[in-house]
Structures are given as C-alpha cells and as structure tokens.
Ligand binder design. Structure first.
Ligand code: FRU
Length: 326
C-alpha cells in the first residue's frame, strides 16, 4: 500500500488552544497534505511543562522518526530534548527554544529583534521620552526572555524613556488583564505599553477602556495574526498602535523535517522575517492575508478533486481486471 506512512513525526506543542498555535498546526497539516507517506502525531501540553515532558517521553516510546517541539519553558524541557537528540531522534525546535545546542534544527523569528523593533517604534512614537509599562510573556519561555532583552537594549539609547514596570502576563489575555488591573494606578503615569503578544495587549486594552484611558496610552503587541480579534484587525481598528509580525513557522518546520528525514540538506537555523505592522501597512497586510486564504482554498479544492479522480480510476482498474479475467 503506497499510502502506508514511511515516516512518523511527533509534534509536541506547549499549548494548543490559542489562535497563533492553531494557525501553526494548520500550516503544518497543509504542508503535510503534499506528503501522504508521513504521519503526524500531535500532543498538546496545555501550557504545563511537566505534562510536556511526559508527552515527549511517550512520543519517543512510540518510535517516532523525528520530533518537532515548541518547549513551554526552556530549562525544564532541555533534558528531554537532549535525550531525544542523543538517542538519535532528530529534533526540530520551533518558536520557543531550549537551553542547549543538542537539537537538529531551529525554526523561528528572532525575538531579540522583535523586542528591539518594538522599542525603536515606541521611542519614535513617543518623541524619545516617556514612561513605558512592559507586559511580558511566560517567565522562563525563551521569547519572553529575548523580547525583553531586545526591548531593553533598544531603549538604552533613549535616556529619557523609562520602563516603569514589568508585569508578567504569561502570554494570556486574562492574566495580563488581571495584572494590569492590579497595577492600574501606574497607568496614569504611563505613555505606552509594550505587551509581548497581541492577546495580552487586548487584555490590557480592556483595562484601559474601563479607566477611560483607551487611545491615551500607546499600545503595541506582537504576532500580527490575520482573523477576527487578532493583531491585524486590532491594528486596523486602532485598538493597537502596532504589532510586530511573528510568523508561526509551521510550514517551514515541516519542510525542514522532511529534508532531515530524507537525508537532504537543511538549514540548522531557519530565521523567519519580522516587520512592524502599523496603520501605514496594515491594510496591505490584510489584503495579502485574504488572498493567501483564498489561494489555499483553491489548492484544497484541487486536492479533493484529485483524490476523487484517484478513487474513480482505481474502481475502473478493478472492473477492467474483472473483465480481463472473465
Ligand atoms: C502563542 C504565543 C504567541 C507568542 C508565542 C511565543 O502561544 O503566546 O502569542 O508570540 O506564543 O512563544
């Protein structure tokens, strides 16, 4: 049977419920639809590092041919990734990093650069002076560490800009909302807020609205995802001043994995491009995203038609064989 999987990829996702990661998985499945000989086993750790370690262990016991992983937090997930790698299972790390070099390839955008871009953007918008609150992602996850570093570094060049508070929003809308609410007295001194992702920026915006501060404090996020209530729409509706594009890398991770499995050359580091999305380019981005979606629908339609044709063809072969034998 030509459709029997030749390779099995295990994908360990740190948390599968948000739209950014739903998009990542969709991109992976779309790319895999061109490879009927590859099976994907998907595990979602729901934001729990211990659960993710267990899930990776059980994937390894299932004898997967390659592991793709987005580690919830760097330190706790490092040993199990090292173990997979040293026992000979290739590992593709995506988006969040581990703390060692024992992996086969990494796919993701540069989070230092994203933090730096957010800092430069706000410095410019604030006329190089003012107070900023930073709402960070999950402490211990690499994009939170790197976005913070890049942001701080960029602002060093602007002595009249101060980060007056760092709040941990753990990547979550409601957690950010809660933390910002608890510190709302600080909002009256703030000129801008940098949230490490758009969903935390949206949670922050709810607090601003409740305190009659919406539009009075500049608000910047990260991800710039298309779709309802996501970054592009939020920038377009001026809920956010800007969002730093953070591509999911789903397609690139599968392509890298397939090259590794087929012993073809691959990039050890696939650096995805980021860009500032604000009112000057957001409509163009939305148009492009819509166009991509419609092209993808066309491709899926063609794939469905092809597989229907294949069934018709196979049935005809069976009939032909019967006729020849009788
Ligand atoms: C989604 C997410 C994104 C963020 C990324 C960082 O789970 O929180 O919003 O950019 O993870 O790993």
């Amino acid at each position: 049977n030509q459709d029997k999987p030749r390779f099995t990829i295990g994908f360990s996702q740190c948390i599968g419920s948000d739209q950014w990661r739903v998009t990542m998985l969709e991109e992976m499945r779309r790319e895999l639809s061109f490879h009927s000989d590859i099976e994907l086993i998907y595990e979602d750790a729901g934001g729990n590092s211990n659960k993710q370690i267990e899930q990776v262990k059980s994937l390894l016991e299932k004898d997967i041919d390659l592991l793709i992983i987005s580690p919830n937090e760097s330190e706790p997930l490092t040993p199990i990734v090292e173990q997979a790698f040293s026992q000979g299972t290739p590992v593709v790390v995506i988006d969040r990093k581990v703390s060692s070099n024992f992996y086969t390839a990494y796919v993701g955008a540069d989070n230092f650069e994203i933090g730096r871009m957010a800092g430069e953007y706000l410095a410019h918008r604030l006329g190089e002076k003012g107070n900023i609150i930073e709402v960070t992602g999950l402490t211990g996850s690499s994009p939170a560490i790197e976005r913070n570093e890049g942001f701080k570094n960029a602002l060093k060049r602007y002595p009249s800009i101060k980060i007056i508070k760092q709040l941990s929003g753990s990547w979550l809308n409601n957690k950010a909302q809660e933390e910002v609410s608890l510190n709302k007295h600080l909002l009256f001194q703030a000129d801008a807020i940098f949230a490490h992702n758009d969903q935390m920026a949206l949670g922050t915006c709810a607090v601003l609205r409740n305190n009659d501060l919406e539009g009075k404090i500049k608000l910047v996020g990260v991800d710039a995802l298309p779709g309802k209530n996501n970054g592009l729409e939020l920038v377009s509706k001026k809920v956010l001043d800007a969002s730093m594009l953070y591509p999911t890398g789903g397609k690139e991770a599968i392509r890298t994995a397939i090259n590794i499995l087929n012993k073809l050359p691959f990039d050890k580091n696939t650096a995805l491009k980021s860009v500032v999305i604000d009112s000057s380019n957001v409509e163009l981005m939305i148009l492009q995203a819509d166009k991509m979606t419609s092209q993808q629908k066309d491709i899926e339609r063609q794939q469905n038609m092809l597989s229907e044709q294949k069934i018709v063809y196979n049935n005809q072969q069976v009939i032909l064989n019967i006729l020849v034998v009788s």
